[in-house]
Design a protein around this ligand. Structure first.
Ligand SMILES: *Cc1c(COP(=O)(O)O)cnc(C)c1O
Length: 393
């Protein structure tokens, strides 16, 4: 029997190897041991390396650098979720007395943050229609510090007037923060169009496999970036190494997944539009999209992987549709490799009155589809068959 080490608690040195692993190592260590106090001092004074995982770890850095590359950003950071990326940006920059102008159709929790949580901290908030830059401009206040928008709205896939809003923000000296989750850098790169801050829920298309919850935030101005990073570390919004490792693995195939999902979405949009029982399909490259011309210009002729459609048959048809398509997960997320269906009236928008939903165009027959990378024929056959089942056909 081999002689036991002096103590099982002492960590053995990592075995040397002249060859290197081809895969990014997973580094779960919470703390890093320093050679001596001088070395630790030097490190805190801006040297390289890690001290404590909440303040940074290699797996977060590797992932951040990949997303920086996609967004043409520098110094982006990873956070524990998309919401913590938004929180870090807001908490790092805003102070009591500031005003934030949000788009009126943001992600549900972002709207809640604006309407309930920021006011508790003395930060004023309001919202306006992002498809109308003049309305955004009219909603500015003398103390407006930041505008927060998404390029594509959820679930009605409206496309914001990004050029107009960027001009409004620039002219007013207001920071423009863009949540680029739906569009991804493949459709739109906010820093190329005047944004000051770019935010992602990495949980969605970038990681792509619904097995890691993470966020990303980058700021153009290094002082703002530092403030956001400090908020991330101080408020404890930081990510786990394993999630970062999973997301980096997911990112390797992002371009391929995006291309396939987008092609699937365009084909599915047309197939659904031809179905009896479908009142309308909302997809940016279709001529009947309400912001078609703007979308074509802004998104380079691409439509992305998200579409919405409305059944004529209301809730009964909606129930029949999800039951008739058991292979398509009925789950309120997006960006997974598998297609997912969400029904806003019973999930993301259940808090609104029926009138409030109607004003947004969300009926009981309304579905949002996050199109995945399945074999397209199979996907279209499955969903068109489910639509036929929903009409009793
Ligand atoms: C999901 C989502 C978020 C929140 O991200 P989490 O990772 O779930 O915290 C923020 N914005 C948009 C547009 C999203 O879709």
């Amino acid at each position: 029997m081999a002689k036991p080490p002096s103590s099982l608690v002492r960590r053995t040195a990592w075995p040397d190897s002249t060859s290197r692993p081809v895969v990014t190592p997973l580094q779960p260590s919470v703390v890093y041991a320093s050679p001596d106090p001088d070395a630790l001092d030097a490190q805190y004074a801006g040297g390289t390396g890690f001290t404590y995982a909440r303040e940074g770890h290699p797996n977060a850095v590797v992932l951040a650098q990949k997303i920086d590359m996609l967004e043409a950003a520098t110094g982006g950071i990873i956070t524990g979720s998309g919401m913590s990326a938004i929180s870090a940006a807001l908490l790092g920059i805003l102070k009591a007395g500031d005003h934030v102008l949000g788009a009126d159709q943001l992600y549900g929790r972002s709207l809640r943050l604006l309407s309930q949580d920021l006011p508790r901290l003395g930060i004023e908030t309001s919202t306006a229609d992002p498809t109308d830059a003049a309305a955004m401009k009219a909603a500015l206040r003398p103390n407006t510090r930041m505008i927060l928008v998404e390029v594509m709205s959820n679930p009605t896939i409206r496309v914001a007037d990004m050029e107009g809003i960027a001009e409004v923000a620039r002219a007013a000296g207001v920071l423009l923060a863009v949540d680029n989750t739906f569009t991804t850098p493949r459709l739109y790169r906010p820093f190329d169009h005047g944004a000051d801050i770019v935010i992602h829920s990495v949980t969605k298309l970038l990681a792509g496999h619904s097995d890691a919850t993470l966020g990303y935030v980058a700021a153009r101005d290094p002082d703002l970036a530092r403030a956001i990073n400090d908020a991330n570390v101080t408020w404890g919004l930081t990510p786990s190494p394993f999630d970062c490792w999973l997301a980096e693995r997911g990112l390797h195939s992002f371009d391929l997944r995006f291309e396939r999902a987008q092609a699937n979405a365009a084909a599915l949009a047309d197939a659904l539009a031809a179905c009896k029982g479908v009142r309308r399909v909302i997809y940016p490259t279709r001529h009947d999209h309400p912001d078609h011309n703007r979308a074509m210009g802004l998104l380079g002729g691409q439509g992305g992987n998200m579409l919405s459609f409305e059944l004529t048959g209301g809730r009964a048809a909606a129930n029949a549709l999800t039951r008739a398509a058991p292979e398509v997960a009925f789950a309120p997320t997006l960006g997974d490799v598998g297609t997912t269906l969400s029904h806003p009236a019973s999930s993301s928008h259940r808090g609104l009155t029926p009138e409030g939903r109607a004003a947004l165009g969300i009926s009981e027959g309304f579905f949002r589809v996050s199109v995945g990378i399945e074999e397209p024929g199979l996907l279209i056959e499955e969903l068109t068959r489910a639509v036929a089942a929903s009409t009793g056909g």
